[in-house]
Design a protein around this ligand. Structure first.
Ligand code: BJW
Ligand code: ZN
Length: 249
């Protein structure tokens, strides 16, 4: 097999002890889930401020609910791709591997990753906007507007909207991990949404070797050690396979 990756990168992969991966919408693109900011992404058809904020939900709960129902139907139909599956192999291989995702689609779990930290929640769960009670969404639920909780509050998707804080325990773990990692992957994210976008930069500043996998240049491309240009569903398996041959594991 052709040696596509630098010896330096393979050395880092072979010797890493603490590995962190941060994924974004791009890792699910090859599964058929649209990204947010690509030319044909979700935001090209909808304005985020009209849909992904509490203000928007309070203004027009039915519209926001319909948008989430549309996306849920799409996500129920799709399967993880080789990019997701390579992260399952990495979790099994490394002594300490932590996977943080901005994605709400649950595809890492579906691929078989055991421990996934979801920074922006999960689209298949709902949460009461008043008392916080959480309920799983069923595949059969084709409601056209949000239900009321038993407390009277409106149920909403259990995701993190603009202006809302991320789950504190998960964010705090992400910061700790980024500061201690010796190898960090930033995969399929435009790195424009904070605080998640700060994690790869923090990892660089804390001494990790940071690898970005993305077909396009992003806000962090000039700051990381290596950028692998291409689709994560191609790059991740190729990288892992080349490493396996090098290390004979
Ligand atoms: C491929 C590929 C392939 C294609 N293979 N790659 C500091 C500075 C400035 C602003 C702020 C700041 N701190 C907070 C803010 C405000 C705001 C923010 O960041 N705004 C920016 C837009 C400027 N952040 C927040 O409000 C956050 N809350 C917060 O900080 O609370 C504290 C606070 C509160 C109030 C005031 C101040 C502070 C919350 C952010 C929540 C984000 N929520 C969303 C929606 C989730 C629910 C849903 O899905 O509906 O999360 S927005 C959306 O963006 C979604 C994503 O998780 C997130 C990131 O997007 P991602 O994953 O990077 O996707 P894309 O589309 O942008 O990029 C895809 C990439 O894939 C591209 O690069 C492609 O090239 C690549 N790609 N195919 C690999 N095959
Ligand atoms: Zn309630």
């Amino acid at each position: 097999m052709e040696n596509r990756f630098s010896p330096e990168l393979l050395e880092h992969l072979a010797n890493a002890r603490r590995v962190m991966a941060l994924t974004g919408a791009g890792i699910s693109a090859e599964s058929g889930v649209p990204t947010f900011r690509s030319p044909d992404g979700i935001w090209s058809k909808f304005k985020p401020e009209e849909l992904a904020s509490m203000d928007a939900f309070m203004r027009n709960p039915k519209l926001v609910w319909e948008w989430y129902q549309y996306r849920r139907r799409l996500i129920y139909e799709v399967e993880p791709n080789p990019g997701h599956r390579t992260l399952v192999d990495m979790e099994a291989f490394y002594l300490r591997f932590r996977l943080f995702t901005q994605n709400v689609d649950g595809l890492h779990h579906k691929a078989g990753s055991k421990q996934v930290y979801e920074l922006h929640g999960n689209i298949m769960r709902n949460r009461c906007s008043l008392c916080g009670r959480r309920v799983l969404q069923t595949a059969e639920d084709d409601s056209e507007e949000p239900a009321h909780c038993r407390c009277g509050g409106l149920m909403r998707p259990d995701v993190v909207w603009f202006g809302e804080i991320l789950p504190e325990d998960i964010l705090s773990m992400a910061y700790d991990e980024a500061m201690c990692a010796d190898l960090f992957f930033s995969i399929g994210t435009s790195a424009v949404v904070y605080p998640a976008a700060h994690l790869p930069v923090l990892a660089v500043e804390s001494g990790a070797y940071v690898v970005e996998i993305n077909p396009e240049s992003t806000m962090i491309s000039s700051k990381v050690h290596t950028t692998l240009r291409g689709k994560s569903g191609d790059i991740l398996p190729a990288l892992w396979s080349q490493l396996s041959q090098k290390s004979h594991f």
